[in-house]
Structures are given as C-alpha cells and as structure tokens.
Design a protein. Structure first.
Length: 549
C-alpha cells in the first residue's frame, strides 16, 4: 500500500509546476547545504527545506549569490542547467520519505491499538487520502510536520509504557525532528502530548496494584532518568539542525532593538550594558528563538484568507473543521466517526486507554489550530490525518467484529465505505491538491481558495492549453509572480491591472479572482464574473476571451 502511494505521488510530479511556496523553501534549504548557514528566512525551521534541496544539491546544483529575493533564488536554483522540471522533481522526492514514515507510524501504532487487521485497514485509509498524497508530492513543510508529529506522539506512548533507553532515544529524536519540521509542531506536541500523558496518568491511577506494592517511587526515578536522556538528545538534535550555530541573539547592525528599548530605555548606562550583553553573548541556535518569535508574531498578525464568501486576516475559529469536512473523503469521515463512537463508548472500560490516545490527540491538535489566526489551508493541520486514520481503522475493525446478528450488515457497510474511499482517492488523480468531496466538489471556489484549491500549480497546463489553441498574446493574473521559466512556457504576456477592463485572451487564477491583489477592496477583477470562462485549466485557472465592443 505504501509503494502504491509512493507511485501515485511521483506520477503527479510532471503535471504541476512549482507552487507559490516551493522556491523559497528550496532556496533556504540550499543555503543550509551549500553555504553552511541558515539566514534566508527563519520563520520556518530547516529540516524539510534541507530535504527539498538535497536532491538538486547532490545533482550538482548550488546556490546563487547575486539574487536579492529568496523566491528568485529558488527559481534560479530550479532553472540551473536548463533542467527546471528535473530539479523540481529532485526537490519533491526529498519529501517522499516523510510519506513513508507517516504510513509506517500509522501501521505500527494501529497494530498496537487493534492488531494486524486494524493496522492494514488504517494504512489503506491513510495512503489513499488525497490531501496526504497532494502534500507528499510538494517541496514544502506540511508532510514532514504530519509525519514527525505522529512519530513523536507514538514514541511518547511507547516511552510511557516502557521508559527504556531505546524508547528514550526514540522519543528525544522524534520530538526534535518534529520541532525542526515546522514550528506549529511545538504547539501540537504540547497539547496532544499533554493529553497523552493525562490518559497514561489516568490508567496508572486506576491500576492500584503499583500503589499497593509501593514500587511507584523506583519507577519514578527510572522514568526521571530516562526523561533526562531523552531531553538531552532532543536538545542536541535540534542544535544539530541549526548546524551547531553559536551566535549572539541580536547584532549591532539591527539596532535599535525594539524588544529591549521598552525595558532599558533608549539611552543611558543600563541601555548600553544591555545592548553590549545581547550583541556579544553567543547562545546555541539563536535562529530557533528568532524563528519561534516570527511564528508567534505572524499568528498575531493573521493571514489573508477566504471562507464561504467572507474575507478576513484574523481567521475564523471554525475554518479548519469546515475544510476538514469538505476536503476529506466522506467514507474516511464516516469511519472516523464510527471509530470515535467505539473508542469513547468504552473509554472507561479496561485496556482501551491507549486506543483513545490518537482520537484525543487529533481533537487536541484541531482545538489548538482553531485558536490560531493563520487560516491559509488544510495543510496547516495535516498532522491530524495519521491520528484519524488509526481511529478510522479501529472503527472499520469494529464493523467487521459486530455480533452475529449484525455481522453481515457490518461487513456490507465496511465494503461499501472502503470501495467508496478507493473511488474517491483514485478518481481525482493527479489533482489531489484541489480535491473536494461530494459536499463541495461542484463549486469549491465558493468555500475556500489559496493552497486548498489554487496554489499556482496549473501553470504548465495553462501553457499547453494556450499552445493548443494557438493563442499568441495573453493578459494574465496569478497568485504569484511569474519566473523566467514560467514565462518561457507562455506566449507574450501582460499583467492584468486592477479594475482595468481588457479584451482578448485573459487567464486568471481563482485566488486572484477572489482576493484580487490581496489588498482591500478585493474586487479588482470581479468584472470578469460578467463573462463565462471559455475553458477551465486544471482546477485553478480560468481562461476567458473578451471580444472588443
């Protein structure tokens, strides 16, 4: 099942050009590999970026020193040697191991929860999820975060059960790698990990045999020692992820230091001492601290997003539940609901506490995500899918295990749901990124846009469409600026200006049609809605022909 999933991911590489975020991730990873530093963009940690740049790097591609913007450097790296699509494929292959890791975690964890049958069912469900297949095929961070958060939580359950040296090593490394994948993983692990520990504590409290035998204190000491080992290994691994950097937190070139001045003032002895200490005291991995600060500030600022006719920058608490509902195959949702029912029906029974961990952890991740202001796509909570797959696999097992009176009904229902899941998964190939289930498949652009529908992925298809139609001139507006390679695939183009009506051939992405130039008011190109598009290119670009009056 994992091999089939890998084949499906790789078979979509040649269909899509780079999405809006891939170039700067590749550029940042290349800086880490080629220049031995990590300074381009600290808003995200380096692990997935390095993996994305590794393929081109091993193929002889190196960074570019004379490009001012990170995205431009990423495009220059992709264009190296005139092998843009080859370099992009090599970059995307770097993310494929995370799909494999996530699938194996689902298989192993589900086996611990319900045996081999649950493992097989959960793995089948997970490896056929369109959002998972989509983000496993892009040189971005989200699949790495999903895989490593799941791996860290699974390692935590193993460590809580048996705090051996091996489990301590495994826990420390997986938590560190999850932290290095994406900063949102820190919040996910704090909430989901805390809930996991709470379930373990409940189980320990109910198991009064430990208390009677008075063996809890030696066990506590062993667990404390194992915790210290895991913490040390975690810290060392995170530091290694930043190439063991050891620098001051701020530099004199960045004066004035806005965070410090409100505390020590803008002048005087204390001000000078504070500046001297900050600018001359090296600390391990200052990039991590700066990156987390950037991440928290961005969450406060929010991100421009669209949801069901509403446009906001500070988000909606119900954004992620809605996108989960419309972008997840319905049979997967139904099996997850069945799994939740059986988990929580027996949550106070015996030997079922660990089965409830993935269910409660998924709820915790969803809950903390609902508190955030950055609502730019389902990819932000991709980490719930490995956990939900285990719950869904457990629900499928329960359907198979109904008593004799309902056994045929359960088997029939499971057959229908799994057949539906496979149809839902294979039918949209290769458009996994823009997949919507039956609830929203007719007009998905009325619900969400951005990376859930339009991430700039259909440009190659646009070039082929224009070539087939013999179009020699085009007005265009997409969510991202066209690179030199992008323009080489198109006829001579002119950027579509806000509120300026044009005639002739026009191509516009759904994101730009909905959010304009990302500045209010957002109706700069709404005049195009007066016309019917002549053709829909892929799932995200509309082509119009506007005749002259």
């Amino acid at each position: 099942m994992i091999i089939v999933g890998c084949f499906r991911v790789c078979s979509a590489y040649h269909v899509f050009l780079e999405t809006a975020d891939e170039p700067f991730h590749i550029a940042a990873g290349m800086e880490w590999l080629d220049k031995g530093q990590y300074t381009y963009e600290l808003f995200h940690p380096p692990l997935a970026r390095v993996m994305s740049a590794l393929g081109p790097y091993l193929n002889g591609v190196r960074g570019v020193d004379n490009v001012s913007r990170v995205t431009s450097e990423g495009n220059a790296i992709l264009n190296a040697g005139g092998a843009h699509e080859r370099n992009l494929t090599l970059a995307r292959i770097g993310i494929l191991p995370f799909f494999i890791i996530a699938s194996l975690v689902v298989a192993l964890w589900a086996k611990n929860c319900g045996g081999t049958a649950t493992s097989l069912l959960a793995t089948l469900l997970f490896t056929t999820l369109p959002p998972i297949l989509a983000h496993s095929g892009l040189a971005t961070l989200d699949m790495a975060c999903a895989a490593l958060v799941a791996a860290a939580l699974f390692s935590l359950t193993l460590w809580l059960s048996k705090p051996t040296l091996l489990h301590s090593f495994l826990l420390g490394i997986t938590v560190a790698l999850a932290t290095l994948s994406k900063f949102s993983a820190i919040g996910f692990l704090l909430v989901a990990g805390g809930l996991t520990v709470a379930i373990w504590s409940l189980d320990s409290f109910r198991n009064r045999k430990e208390l009677v035998e008075n063996t809890h204190f030696p066990r506590f000491r062993r667990r404390l020692a194992a915790s210290a080992i895991g913490l040390a290994l975690c810290t060392l691994t995170i530091w290694a992820g930043y190439r063991f950097s050891f620098n001051p937190l701020v530099r004199s070139e960045s004066r004035p230091h806005e965070k410090v001045d409100p505390i020590v003032g803008t002048g005087g002895v204390f001000h000078d001492i504070a500046y001297f200490i900050l600018e001359n005291t090296p600390i391990p991995a200052p990039e991590l601290i700066i990156g987390v600060e950037y991440f928290l500030n961005r969450n406060k600022e929010g991100h421009l997003a669209y949801l069901m006719g509403d446009i906001r920058k500070d988000g909606w608490w119900y954004f992620f539940p809605i996108v989960l509902l419309v972008k997840t195959p319905l049979p997967f949702i139904l099996l997850s609901v069945i799994g939740f029912f059986f988990v929580f029906r027996n949550i106070f029974g015996t030997n079922l506490e660990w089965v409830s961990v993935p269910a409660i952890a998924a709820m915790g991740i969803l809950a903390i995500s609902m508190l955030g202001n950055v609502n730019n796509g389902l990819r932000q909570i991709l980490s719930v899918y490995p956990l939900l797959a285990i719950v869904a696999g457990y629900g499928a097992l329960k359907l198979m295990s109904l008593n004799r009176r309902f056994q045929l009904v359960g088997l029939g229902l499971m057959t229908v749901l799994f057949s539906w899941q496979l149809i839902s998964s294979f039918t949209p190939h290769p458009d996994y990124l823009a997949y919507f289930n039956e609830l929203a498949s007719k007009h998905p652009e009325e619900i969400v846009v951005d990376s859930d529908l339009d991430w700039g992925q259909d440009l190659k298809r646009l070039g082929l469409t224009l070539k087939n139609r013999g179009i020699k001139e085009l007005k265009i507006k997409l969510m991202h600026n066209l690179s030199e390679f992008d323009r080489s695939m198109l006829p001579p183009t002119k950027e579509l200006e806000a509120y300026q009506r044009e005639t002739g051939w026009i191509a516009i992405g759904i994101f730009s049609l909905t959010l304009g130039t990302r500045k209010a008011p957002y109706d700069q190109f709404s005049w195009l809605r007066e016309y019917q598009p002549l053709e829909q290119v892929g799932k995200s670009i509309s082509v119009y022909y506007i005749p002259q009056n």
